[in-house]
Design a protein around this ligand. Sequence first.
Ligand SMILES: *[C@@H]1O[C@H](CO)[C@@H](O)[C@H](O)[C@H]1NC(C)=O
Ligand SMILES: *[C@@H]1O[C@H](CO)[C@@H](O)[C@H](O)[C@H]1NC(C)=O
Length: 400
Amino acid sequence: MPPPKLKLPSPFPYLIILSILLFFLYSTLLLPRSSTSSSTTAAATATSCNFFQGQWVLQEKPSKPFYDASCPFHRNAWNCLRNQRDNIDIINSWQWVPKDCSLPRIRPERFLRMMRNKNIGFVGDSLNENFLVAFLCVLRVADNTAKKWKKKGAWRGAYFPKFNVTVAYHRAVLLAKYEWQPTISPPGNDELKGIHRVDVDVPADDWATITNFYDVLIFNTGHWWGYDKFPKEKPLVFYRSGQPINPPLELSDGLKVVLEHMVSYIEKAVPPKTLKFWRLQSPRHFYGGDWNQNGSCLFNEPLKEHELDLWFDPSNNGVNKEARQVNRVIVETLQGSDIRILDLTHMSEFRADAHPAIWLGKKDAVAIWGQDCMHWCLPGLPDTWVDILSELIRNSLETR
Ligand SMILES: *[C@@H]1O[C@H](CO)[C@@H](O)[C@H](O)[C@H]1NC(C)=O
Ligand SMILES: *[C@@H]1O[C@H](CO)[C@@H](O)[C@H](O)[C@H]1NC(C)=O
Protein backbone atom coordinates (compact mmCIF):
# COMPACT_ATOMS: atom_id res chain seq x y z
CA MET A 1 0.00 0.00 0.00
CA PRO A 2 1.40 3.29 -0.88
CA PRO A 3 1.47 5.59 2.00
CA PRO A 4 -1.65 7.57 2.07
CA LYS A 5 -1.24 10.57 -0.04
CA LEU A 6 -0.79 13.52 2.12
CA LYS A 7 -3.95 15.37 1.66
CA LEU A 8 -3.98 19.05 2.15
CA PRO A 9 -6.15 19.69 5.13
CA SER A 10 -8.92 22.00 4.27
CA PRO A 11 -8.00 24.71 6.80
CA PHE A 12 -4.55 25.00 5.18
CA PRO A 13 -5.11 28.31 3.35
CA TYR A 14 -6.40 29.80 6.59
CA LEU A 15 -3.30 28.60 8.37
CA ILE A 16 -1.11 30.27 5.80
CA ILE A 17 -3.02 33.50 6.16
CA LEU A 18 -2.94 33.21 9.93
CA SER A 19 0.78 32.58 10.04
CA ILE A 20 1.49 35.43 7.68
CA LEU A 21 -0.64 37.62 9.88
CA LEU A 22 1.11 36.43 13.01
CA PHE A 23 4.50 36.94 11.47
CA PHE A 24 3.51 40.42 10.40
CA LEU A 25 2.17 41.28 13.85
CA TYR A 26 5.22 39.81 15.51
CA SER A 27 7.68 41.67 13.36
CA THR A 28 5.98 45.04 13.50
CA LEU A 29 4.54 45.14 16.98
CA LEU A 30 6.34 42.67 19.17
CA LEU A 31 9.92 42.66 18.01
CA PRO A 32 11.83 45.42 19.73
CA ARG A 33 12.54 47.97 17.09
CA SER A 34 16.11 48.01 16.00
CA SER A 35 17.78 51.29 16.76
CA THR A 36 18.10 52.14 13.09
CA SER A 37 14.44 51.70 12.26
CA SER A 38 13.28 53.65 15.32
CA SER A 39 15.70 56.45 14.62
CA THR A 40 14.56 56.81 11.04
CA THR A 41 10.96 57.04 12.20
CA ALA A 42 11.81 59.59 14.86
CA ALA A 43 13.98 61.56 12.48
CA ALA A 44 11.18 61.57 9.94
CA THR A 45 8.74 62.96 12.49
CA ALA A 46 11.27 65.49 13.64
CA THR A 47 12.06 66.79 10.21
CA SER A 48 8.64 66.57 8.60
CA CYS A 49 6.85 68.29 11.43
CA ASN A 50 7.08 72.03 11.71
CA PHE A 51 5.48 72.92 15.02
CA PHE A 52 6.00 76.63 14.44
CA GLN A 53 3.41 77.16 11.70
CA GLY A 54 -0.25 76.66 12.44
CA GLN A 55 -3.25 78.29 14.01
CA TRP A 56 -4.99 78.75 17.34
CA VAL A 57 -8.27 76.89 17.62
CA LEU A 58 -10.80 77.51 20.39
CA GLN A 59 -11.61 74.23 22.09
CA GLU A 60 -15.09 73.59 23.38
CA LYS A 61 -13.76 71.16 25.93
CA PRO A 62 -10.22 72.34 26.56
CA SER A 63 -7.87 70.11 28.48
CA LYS A 64 -7.18 71.42 31.95
CA PRO A 65 -3.84 73.10 32.59
CA PHE A 66 -1.41 70.86 34.47
CA TYR A 67 -1.13 73.25 37.41
CA ASP A 68 -2.98 76.00 39.24
CA ALA A 69 -2.25 79.04 41.38
CA SER A 70 -0.67 76.91 44.10
CA CYS A 71 2.41 75.80 42.14
CA PRO A 72 5.32 76.83 44.40
CA PHE A 73 7.44 78.01 41.46
CA HIS A 74 5.13 80.83 40.41
CA ARG A 75 6.19 84.44 40.28
CA ASN A 76 3.36 86.52 41.67
CA ALA A 77 3.08 88.92 38.73
CA TRP A 78 2.53 86.04 36.26
CA ASN A 79 0.25 83.99 38.48
CA CYS A 80 -2.90 85.06 36.68
CA LEU A 81 -5.16 82.61 38.53
CA ARG A 82 -4.14 84.02 41.88
CA ASN A 83 -4.44 87.54 40.53
CA GLN A 84 -7.92 86.74 39.22
CA ARG A 85 -7.25 87.84 35.72
CA ASP A 86 -10.40 88.14 33.64
CA ASN A 87 -10.66 85.52 30.89
CA ILE A 88 -8.00 83.19 32.24
CA ASP A 89 -10.15 80.18 31.35
CA ILE A 90 -10.58 81.44 27.80
CA ILE A 91 -6.84 82.11 27.51
CA ASN A 92 -6.32 78.43 28.22
CA SER A 93 -9.06 77.26 25.87
CA TRP A 94 -7.09 78.04 22.73
CA GLN A 95 -5.06 75.19 21.36
CA TRP A 96 -2.14 75.54 18.97
CA VAL A 97 -2.68 73.29 15.97
CA PRO A 98 0.37 72.98 13.71
CA LYS A 99 -0.33 73.03 10.00
CA ASP A 100 0.80 69.57 8.90
CA CYS A 101 1.03 67.50 12.04
CA SER A 102 -0.22 67.33 15.57
CA LEU A 103 1.51 68.60 18.65
CA PRO A 104 1.14 66.12 21.49
CA ARG A 105 0.82 67.47 24.99
CA ILE A 106 3.83 66.78 27.18
CA ARG A 107 3.54 63.69 29.37
CA PRO A 108 5.45 64.89 32.42
CA GLU A 109 6.15 61.45 33.88
CA ARG A 110 7.40 59.99 30.61
CA PHE A 111 9.45 63.10 29.91
CA LEU A 112 11.18 63.06 33.29
CA ARG A 113 11.87 59.33 32.97
CA MET A 114 13.56 60.02 29.67
CA MET A 115 15.57 62.83 31.26
CA ARG A 116 16.69 60.80 34.28
CA ASN A 117 20.13 62.01 35.52
CA LYS A 118 20.03 64.87 33.02
CA ASN A 119 19.66 68.62 33.42
CA ILE A 120 18.03 71.39 31.43
CA GLY A 121 19.22 75.00 31.59
CA PHE A 122 17.69 78.25 30.41
CA VAL A 123 19.97 81.23 29.89
CA GLY A 124 18.76 84.71 29.07
CA ASP A 125 16.20 87.26 30.20
CA SER A 126 12.92 87.16 32.11
CA LEU A 127 11.06 85.75 29.13
CA ASN A 128 13.15 82.61 29.50
CA GLU A 129 12.33 82.70 33.20
CA ASN A 130 8.64 82.88 32.26
CA PHE A 131 9.25 79.75 30.13
CA LEU A 132 11.09 78.05 33.01
CA VAL A 133 8.28 78.63 35.51
CA ALA A 134 5.78 77.00 33.16
CA PHE A 135 8.15 74.05 32.66
CA LEU A 136 8.69 73.58 36.41
CA CYS A 137 5.00 73.73 37.23
CA VAL A 138 4.19 71.21 34.48
CA LEU A 139 6.95 68.77 35.47
CA ARG A 140 5.99 68.97 39.11
CA VAL A 141 2.88 66.96 38.24
CA ALA A 142 5.17 63.92 37.97
CA ASP A 143 7.19 64.66 41.11
CA ASN A 144 5.59 66.78 43.78
CA THR A 145 8.66 66.38 45.96
CA ALA A 146 10.39 68.85 43.61
CA LYS A 147 12.60 71.24 45.53
CA LYS A 148 13.52 74.80 44.75
CA TRP A 149 17.08 74.80 43.55
CA LYS A 150 19.58 77.55 43.84
CA LYS A 151 23.24 77.46 43.14
CA LYS A 152 25.78 80.20 42.92
CA GLY A 153 25.32 81.81 39.54
CA ALA A 154 21.89 80.33 39.01
CA TRP A 155 18.90 82.57 39.33
CA ARG A 156 16.44 79.85 40.14
CA GLY A 157 15.24 76.40 39.26
CA ALA A 158 14.07 73.11 40.68
CA TYR A 159 15.44 69.68 41.40
CA PHE A 160 13.19 66.67 40.80
CA PRO A 161 14.49 64.01 43.23
CA LYS A 162 12.47 61.09 41.84
CA PHE A 163 14.31 61.45 38.54
CA ASN A 164 17.53 63.22 39.55
CA VAL A 165 16.73 66.01 37.09
CA THR A 166 17.46 69.72 37.51
CA VAL A 167 15.76 72.39 35.44
CA ALA A 168 17.06 75.89 36.04
CA TYR A 169 17.41 79.42 34.73
CA HIS A 170 20.51 81.60 34.62
CA ARG A 171 19.81 85.27 34.28
CA ALA A 172 22.03 86.99 31.74
CA VAL A 173 19.91 89.56 29.94
CA LEU A 174 22.53 90.52 27.35
CA LEU A 175 24.38 87.16 27.52
CA ALA A 176 27.61 89.16 27.42
CA LYS A 177 29.11 90.57 30.60
CA TYR A 178 28.08 94.13 31.38
CA GLU A 179 28.47 96.48 34.29
CA TRP A 180 27.50 99.94 35.34
CA GLN A 181 30.38 102.39 35.43
CA PRO A 182 29.55 105.77 36.93
CA THR A 183 31.47 108.63 35.39
CA ILE A 184 32.27 112.04 36.73
CA SER A 185 30.44 114.38 34.40
CA PRO A 186 32.55 117.09 32.86
CA PRO A 187 31.45 120.52 34.17
CA GLY A 188 28.39 121.77 32.34
CA ASN A 189 27.33 118.27 31.32
CA ASP A 190 25.13 116.79 34.03
CA GLU A 191 23.46 114.47 31.58
CA LEU A 192 25.97 111.68 31.31
CA LYS A 193 25.85 109.90 34.66
CA GLY A 194 27.74 106.85 33.58
CA ILE A 195 27.87 104.06 31.08
CA HIS A 196 27.00 100.40 30.89
CA ARG A 197 30.18 98.76 29.76
CA VAL A 198 29.51 95.66 27.67
CA ASP A 199 32.40 93.30 26.97
CA VAL A 200 31.22 91.81 23.71
CA ASP A 201 33.70 88.93 23.89
CA VAL A 202 33.11 87.95 27.52
CA PRO A 203 30.08 85.84 28.48
CA ALA A 204 28.38 86.91 31.71
CA ASP A 205 29.64 85.06 34.82
CA ASP A 206 26.11 83.85 35.47
CA TRP A 207 26.36 81.22 32.77
CA ALA A 208 29.93 81.11 31.45
CA THR A 209 31.04 78.31 33.74
CA ILE A 210 27.86 76.28 34.17
CA THR A 211 27.35 74.96 30.69
CA ASN A 212 28.95 71.56 31.39
CA PHE A 213 26.27 70.82 33.95
CA TYR A 214 23.52 70.76 31.35
CA ASP A 215 22.44 68.25 28.72
CA VAL A 216 20.01 70.70 27.15
CA LEU A 217 20.48 74.49 26.99
CA ILE A 218 18.00 77.09 25.80
CA PHE A 219 19.39 80.56 25.14
CA ASN A 220 17.69 83.84 24.48
CA THR A 221 18.37 87.54 24.51
CA GLY A 222 16.55 90.46 23.00
CA HIS A 223 14.25 92.26 25.38
CA TRP A 224 16.98 94.40 26.85
CA TRP A 225 18.33 95.63 23.55
CA GLY A 226 16.30 98.81 23.57
CA TYR A 227 16.68 102.44 24.51
CA ASP A 228 14.01 102.04 27.16
CA LYS A 229 16.35 99.78 29.17
CA PHE A 230 19.48 101.74 28.37
CA PRO A 231 18.57 105.38 27.67
CA LYS A 232 21.04 107.64 25.93
CA GLU A 233 22.23 109.19 29.18
CA LYS A 234 23.11 105.73 30.51
CA PRO A 235 24.18 104.11 27.27
CA LEU A 236 25.66 100.76 26.47
CA VAL A 237 29.29 101.20 25.47
CA PHE A 238 30.84 98.21 23.75
CA TYR A 239 34.33 96.93 24.54
CA ARG A 240 36.36 94.26 22.81
CA SER A 241 39.61 92.80 24.17
CA GLY A 242 39.22 95.24 27.02
CA GLN A 243 39.23 98.34 24.78
CA PRO A 244 36.29 100.51 23.73
CA ILE A 245 35.25 99.69 20.17
CA ASN A 246 35.85 102.64 17.90
CA PRO A 247 33.82 104.15 16.38
CA PRO A 248 31.23 103.31 19.06
CA LEU A 249 28.51 100.85 18.04
CA GLU A 250 24.84 101.61 17.96
CA LEU A 251 22.60 99.26 19.94
CA SER A 252 21.62 97.11 16.95
CA ASP A 253 25.22 96.68 15.79
CA GLY A 254 26.23 95.93 19.36
CA LEU A 255 23.62 93.16 19.43
CA LYS A 256 25.07 91.64 16.28
CA VAL A 257 28.65 91.69 17.56
CA VAL A 258 27.65 90.27 20.96
CA LEU A 259 25.67 87.48 19.29
CA GLU A 260 28.61 86.54 17.09
CA HIS A 261 30.90 86.28 20.09
CA MET A 262 28.40 84.43 22.26
CA VAL A 263 27.61 81.89 19.54
CA SER A 264 31.27 81.19 18.99
CA TYR A 265 31.78 80.88 22.75
CA ILE A 266 28.92 78.38 22.94
CA GLU A 267 30.36 76.34 20.08
CA LYS A 268 33.73 76.30 21.77
CA ALA A 269 32.78 75.83 25.42
CA VAL A 270 29.63 73.71 25.36
CA PRO A 271 30.24 70.00 24.75
CA PRO A 272 29.04 68.90 21.30
CA LYS A 273 26.66 66.31 22.79
CA THR A 274 24.71 69.02 24.59
CA LEU A 275 21.46 69.80 22.86
CA LYS A 276 21.40 73.54 22.18
CA PHE A 277 18.41 75.70 21.34
CA TRP A 278 18.05 79.39 20.71
CA ARG A 279 14.60 80.69 21.48
CA LEU A 280 13.55 83.49 19.14
CA GLN A 281 11.82 86.60 20.44
CA SER A 282 8.70 86.52 22.50
CA PRO A 283 6.60 89.34 21.02
CA ARG A 284 5.08 92.12 23.09
CA HIS A 285 1.56 93.44 22.57
CA PHE A 286 1.39 97.05 23.65
CA TYR A 287 -1.55 98.75 21.98
CA GLY A 288 -2.01 102.52 21.80
CA GLY A 289 1.42 103.33 23.22
CA ASP A 290 4.54 101.70 24.58
CA TRP A 291 4.77 100.24 28.09
CA ASN A 292 5.50 103.65 29.59
CA GLN A 293 2.84 105.44 27.51
CA ASN A 294 -0.22 103.67 28.83
CA GLY A 295 0.12 100.90 26.26
CA SER A 296 -2.58 98.33 26.82
CA CYS A 297 -3.38 94.70 25.97
CA LEU A 298 -6.96 94.19 27.08
CA PHE A 299 -7.89 91.79 24.32
CA ASN A 300 -10.44 89.03 24.56
CA GLU A 301 -9.09 86.83 21.82
CA PRO A 302 -5.95 86.18 19.78
CA LEU A 303 -5.12 88.43 16.85
CA LYS A 304 -6.12 87.29 13.38
CA GLU A 305 -3.49 86.12 10.94
CA HIS A 306 -3.96 89.20 8.73
CA GLU A 307 -3.39 91.54 11.67
CA LEU A 308 0.07 90.22 12.48
CA ASP A 309 2.08 92.17 9.91
CA LEU A 310 0.34 95.36 10.90
CA TRP A 311 1.52 94.84 14.46
CA PHE A 312 4.93 93.35 13.91
CA ASP A 313 6.34 94.09 10.47
CA PRO A 314 9.13 96.60 11.06
CA SER A 315 8.09 98.55 7.96
CA ASN A 316 4.90 99.55 9.77
CA ASN A 317 7.03 101.02 12.55
CA GLY A 318 4.72 99.84 15.28
CA VAL A 319 5.47 99.80 19.00
CA ASN A 320 6.22 96.08 18.95
CA LYS A 321 8.37 95.88 15.84
CA GLU A 322 11.60 94.87 17.60
CA ALA A 323 10.76 91.16 17.86
CA ARG A 324 11.13 90.53 14.15
CA GLN A 325 14.09 92.91 13.88
CA VAL A 326 15.99 91.08 16.60
CA ASN A 327 15.02 87.72 15.12
CA ARG A 328 16.58 88.64 11.79
CA VAL A 329 19.93 89.29 13.44
CA ILE A 330 19.74 86.10 15.51
CA VAL A 331 18.81 83.85 12.60
CA GLU A 332 21.60 85.32 10.50
CA THR A 333 24.16 84.80 13.25
CA LEU A 334 23.10 81.23 14.00
CA GLN A 335 23.53 80.07 10.42
CA GLY A 336 26.09 77.29 10.23
CA SER A 337 26.10 76.66 13.97
CA ASP A 338 24.68 73.54 15.60
CA ILE A 339 22.32 75.59 17.75
CA ARG A 340 18.74 74.80 16.84
CA ILE A 341 16.22 77.58 16.42
CA LEU A 342 13.15 77.47 18.62
CA ASP A 343 10.94 79.78 16.61
CA LEU A 344 8.14 80.53 19.03
CA THR A 345 7.64 84.07 17.71
CA HIS A 346 4.97 83.54 15.08
CA MET A 347 2.70 81.41 17.24
CA SER A 348 3.06 83.90 20.09
CA GLU A 349 2.37 86.94 17.91
CA PHE A 350 -1.29 85.93 17.83
CA ARG A 351 -1.68 85.94 21.60
CA ALA A 352 -2.38 89.58 22.43
CA ASP A 353 -4.97 88.19 24.83
CA ALA A 354 -2.62 86.16 27.00
CA HIS A 355 -0.51 88.68 28.95
CA PRO A 356 -1.06 89.58 32.62
CA ALA A 357 -2.11 93.11 31.43
CA ILE A 358 -3.57 94.94 34.45
CA TRP A 359 -3.84 91.87 36.70
CA LEU A 360 -0.44 92.06 38.34
CA GLY A 361 -1.36 91.11 41.88
CA LYS A 362 -0.19 94.35 43.43
CA LYS A 363 -2.01 97.58 44.09
CA ASP A 364 -0.53 100.47 42.14
CA ALA A 365 1.62 98.20 39.98
CA VAL A 366 -0.12 99.38 36.83
CA ALA A 367 0.14 103.04 37.84
CA ILE A 368 3.87 102.63 38.41
CA TRP A 369 4.95 100.15 35.76
CA GLY A 370 2.11 100.23 33.28
CA GLN A 371 0.42 97.10 32.02
CA ASP A 372 2.45 93.97 31.48
CA CYS A 373 1.94 93.15 27.83
CA MET A 374 5.32 91.43 27.60
CA HIS A 375 5.36 88.47 29.99
CA TRP A 376 2.71 85.78 29.82
CA CYS A 377 0.04 84.52 32.18
CA LEU A 378 0.66 81.15 33.77
CA PRO A 379 -0.93 78.80 33.10
CA GLY A 380 -1.04 80.04 29.54
CA LEU A 381 0.90 80.31 26.32
CA PRO A 382 4.29 79.14 27.71
CA ASP A 383 2.68 75.77 28.45
CA THR A 384 2.46 75.31 24.68
CA TRP A 385 6.13 76.32 24.40
CA VAL A 386 6.79 73.52 26.91
CA ASP A 387 4.92 71.03 24.73
CA ILE A 388 7.00 72.01 21.70
CA LEU A 389 10.36 72.08 23.46
CA SER A 390 9.79 68.76 25.19
CA GLU A 391 8.75 67.15 21.92
CA LEU A 392 11.88 68.44 20.17
CA ILE A 393 14.06 67.21 23.02
CA ARG A 394 12.35 63.82 22.85
CA ASN A 395 12.87 63.56 19.10
CA SER A 396 16.53 64.45 19.46
CA LEU A 397 17.36 62.19 22.37
CA GLU A 398 15.58 59.24 20.83
CA THR A 399 17.42 59.55 17.53
CA ARG A 400 20.82 59.46 19.20
C1 LIG B 1 22.35 62.44 39.18
O1 LIG B 1 22.70 63.00 37.93
C2 LIG B 1 24.03 63.45 37.84
C3 LIG B 1 24.18 64.10 36.49
O2 LIG B 1 23.40 65.26 36.42
C4 LIG B 1 24.99 62.33 38.04
O3 LIG B 1 26.32 62.81 38.01
C5 LIG B 1 24.71 61.64 39.37
O4 LIG B 1 25.53 60.51 39.50
C6 LIG B 1 23.27 61.25 39.46
N1 LIG B 1 22.98 60.74 40.78
C7 LIG B 1 22.44 59.56 40.98
C8 LIG B 1 22.18 59.20 42.40
O5 LIG B 1 22.18 58.78 40.07
C1 LIG C 1 -1.44 107.81 30.92
O1 LIG C 1 -2.69 107.91 31.58
C2 LIG C 1 -2.71 108.77 32.67
C3 LIG C 1 -4.06 108.62 33.38
O2 LIG C 1 -5.10 108.52 32.47
C4 LIG C 1 -2.43 110.19 32.20
O3 LIG C 1 -2.42 111.08 33.29
C5 LIG C 1 -1.07 110.22 31.49
O4 LIG C 1 -0.84 111.49 30.95
C6 LIG C 1 -0.99 109.17 30.39
N1 LIG C 1 0.37 109.10 29.91
C7 LIG C 1 0.68 109.09 28.60
C8 LIG C 1 2.15 109.04 28.26
O5 LIG C 1 -0.16 109.11 27.72
